[in-house]
Design a protein around this ligand. Structure first.
Ligand SMILES: Nc1ncnc2c1ncn2[C@@H]1O[C@H](COP(=O)(O)OP(=O)(O)OP(=O)(O)O)[C@@H](O)[C@H]1O
Ligand SMILES: [Mg+2]
Length: 250
């Protein structure tokens, strides 16, 4: 089982969009996939039409009071898509940041949560909120690959350097930068991507262009390959999935 986390300090850059599409495409490739929505906004859960949960089993798993096996029954929900399951947001994920801060080893707590998927899933995709608290730090440490999602701008480059400073695990070789909302006709966009590469960040080959088609994902509450099939937007996420699958050794 591999863990892939979508992260950035900045809000609204495409983390949830990326998490949903990559998780869906992984399940389409035949990999049993578990999406974990750790964002209190619950966007991924809403997109996958899953209701929030009010149980507290996730926090109990983190502190070792409930086994991962037992939580599989109470915290994991099916989606409309075969092979794709979800741990939705809820009371427990709202409290997780504060709860992890009380543990001696927050990353051990997150590893216990990932254990929920260890026997039944080949890939876990985590959607994190934009924050640099214990939840984000512990998740980044425990992930096999982190996608640092960003838009091409000087401010985003600054945010990336800030994040690397504040969260040293982000400088490790298992972090990849994904540029989204790119306008390939804008020279400044391409310049920002070159600048990120020049600063030593490992930038993914695939870039996701800015497109109004992504609005359809919300209209239809569906991944881009279903909301806008045969579009460049859908093709780009498929290309991204394959690039990440290679990186993860799936
Ligand atoms: N490539 C794109 N082009 C245009 N719009 C996009 C693109 N990717 C995502 N969006 C839109 O941008 C908005 C924010 O996307 P998303 O929710 O994925 O960002 P996020 O980083 O998860 O945000 P948050 O930090 O609030 O969790 C959504 O309305 C989404 O449909
Ligand atoms: Mg989000």
């Amino acid at each position: 089982m591999k863990v892939l986390t979508c992260y950035s300090l900045k809000g609204g850059v495409g983390k949830t969009t990326t998490a949903i599409n990559v998780a869906y495409l992984s399940s389409r490739q035949g990999y049993r996939t578990l999406l974990i929505d750790l964002d209190p906004q619950g966007s991924a859960s809403w997109m996958l039409r899953t209701v929030r949960t009010d149980s507290r089993s996730i926090t109990k798993v983190a502190s070792g009071k409930t086994t991962a096996r037992a939580a599989l029954k109470t915290s994991v929900f099916g989606t409309d898509y075969e092979g794709l399951d979800l741990i939705p947001y809820g009371v427990e994920t709202l409290n997780l940041d504060a709860h992890l801060a009380t543990l001696k080893s927050p990353s051990k707590g997150i590893e216990r949560i990932f254990d929920i998927g260890s026997t039944d899933y080949e890939l876990i995709v985590v959607d994190l909120p934009p924050s640099a608290g214990p939840l984000a730090k512990a998740t980044l440490v425990a992930s096999d690959l982190v996608i640092f999602v960003m838009t091409p701008s000087k401010l985003s480059l600054h945010a990336l350097e800030e994040a690397k400073d504040r969260i040293p695990t982000l400088t490790k070789r298992r972090t990849r930068v994904l540029f989204t909302m790119v306008d390939p006709r804008r020279h400044v966009d391409l310049e920002s991507i070159d600048e990120a590469r020049a600063s030593g960040s490992l930038v993914l080959e695939t870039q996701i262009s800015r497109s109004t088609l992504f609005d359809r994902m919300q209209d239809r509450r569906a991944p881009i390959s279903l909301a806008a099939p045969k579009s460049k937007a859908a093709d780009s996420y498929l290309q991204l999935y394959h690039e990440l699958a290679t990186e993860l050794g799936l």
